[in-house]
Design a protein around this ligand. Structure first.
Ligand SMILES: [Zn+2]
Length: 452
């Protein structure tokens, strides 16, 4: 290194130091008392960044866990719903069989009722006949008593026999008169007895017939009762099956309710995490804006002539050598959240530790190599190319450049890594442009660099 170059380098460093101090002071001005030291305040600001980013990281991890739980529980719920649907099918089938059986039971019960009513009719007929028989028997007994009494009277009055009548008759006419009377009485009695006897026989026969009918009906009823018993057994079997199925169903429904409740709770958790993340993303966006503000105040502007030392040839270089591919593009991730750059990995998968390089010559205006979260960028640096363009390189495992350092196009800036908010090692590359009106915009890097 020549003396002139060394002197220039020292002068540059001094300028950079002063510039850094002024920059830091102007950044913290809106937030901190002017009497606070610039170094302390910058450190506070960085700590603030880190704290917020740590909270975002923690919440995103918890959200991922909650979402995983939700998926697991949704699977469980689906499984339970299919179980319940199966059980419902079985219950429907059993209900159908039960309906058929109930129809059978109803018609059988009708038959039993009819038979029972027939038996009741027969029974009442039998009772009636029995009453008549009893009445006739009583009448016969009465008649017999009456005859016996009359014979006894005849005997005692000497009219016990025809002979007695003959001998006891004073004259023949009185004999004949008496005999005729006795005979008539006797004939009437005999007729009565014969009539009564015939009636008893008739009633007995009727009773026998009715008893036979009754026996037949009772046999029929016994058969029907036995059929009824069989049907009742089947019914109680079916009822117990239905009870079992309903038990299973209510168990499954209970589980389903539990899972649904759990899902509701998880959804609440998920909503809470999402809200927290959204709020913290807002905070991060504010911090991103502060970087823009830093560039606005201290970066080069479109139309500026780059320092000769930068050797800015106006044609940016792809920041990673060799075969590469993109895993995310500008201006948003696949989920729609903002992404102000492109994510580059090595095609062979061997990304971590590989070098990344300056897309253009310039001055390193920001270099954070503290291993902190740094708004999700991890270790990162910003190079100002002197013509209003600034490039940003994030998630490095380690930078090899410092703030204020002049770099050449293609010069190694650090190793690709996985610091900050990443799911795997990659280079996050951004291009920001400061326009003549002083506004800074984060533009699509693919309008400035193209993959070889
Ligand atoms: Zn990225």
């Amino acid at each position: 290194m020549s003396l002139k170059t060394k002197k220039t380098s020292i002068r540059k460093k001094l300028i950079c130091f002063v510039l850094a101090f002024v920059c830091a002071f102007s950044v913290i001005m809106p937030y901190y008392s002017p009497i606070a030291s610039a170094d302390e305040t910058l450190e506070d600001l960085e700590n603030q960044y880190k704290e917020i980013e740590d909270r975002i990281e923690k919440n995103e991890k918890e959200l991922a866990n909650v979402e995983k739980d939700i998926r697991t529980n949704e699977d469980k719920l689906e499984d339970l719903e299919s179980q319940i649907s199966d059980i419902n099918d079985q219950i429907d089938l059993l209900d159908e069989r039960m309906d058929v059986l109930n129809g059978d039971i109803d018609s059988l019960q009708e038959s039993i009722d009819l038979t029972t009513s027939d038996i009741n009719v027969i029974n009442s007929q039998i009772a009636e006949i029995e009453a008549q028989i009893a009445e006739t028997d009583a009448l016969m007994d009465e008649t017999r008593e009456m005859l016996l009494l009359r014979i006894r009277e005849s005997y005692m009055s000497g009219e016990a026999s025809t002979l007695e009548l003959l001998f006891s008759s004073g004259d023949i006419s009185s004999f004949f008169a008496r005999k005729e009377l006795v005979t008539r009485v006797s004939e009437e009695d005999s007729l009565l007895i014969a009539e009564l006897t015939a009636k008893v026989a008739q009633l007995d026969e009727l009773q026998t017939q009715l008893e036979t009918q009754k026996t037949e009906l009772e046999t029929k009823k016994t058969q029907l009762d036995s059929q009824m018993d069989t049907l009742n057994d089947r019914q109680s079997d079916l009822e117990s099956s239905i009870t079992t199925q309903q038990g299973k169903k209510s168990e499954a429904t209970k589980k389903q309710d539990e899972v649904k409740y759990l899902l509701t709770e998880l959804d609440k958790d998920s909503e809470a995490y999402k809200k927290t993340i959204a709020r913290q993303r807002k905070e991060r966006e504010a911090l991103e804006a502060e970087i823009d503000e830093y560039i606005r105040q201290h970066g080069s502007t479109q139309g500026d002539t780059p320092d000769e030392e930068y050797n800015n040839d106006g044609d940016m270089l792809w920041p990673v050598a060799g075969e590469t591919r993109l895993t995310a593009t500008y201006p948003s991730y696949s989920d729609g959240s903002p992404h102000w750059g492109i994510d580059i990995v090595k095609s062979d998968g061997n990304t971590r530790g590989q070098p990344f390089r300056a897309a253009q010559g310039g001055e390193v205006i920001i270099a954070k190599n503290d291993g902190n979260w740094n708004s999700g960028f991890g270790n990162y640096c910003v190079v100002d190319h002197g013509d209003g363009t600034q490039t940003l390189y994030a998630h490095s495992d380690g930078l090899v450049v410092k703030e204020g350092q002049i770099v050449q196009k293609g010069q190694k800036l650090g190793a690709i890594g996985a610091t900050g908010n990443v799911t795997g090692p990659h280079l996050h590359f951004e291009v920001r442009v400061k326009k003549a009106d002083g506004s800074v915009s984060r533009v699509n890097p693919l309008n400035y660099v193209s993959k070889p």
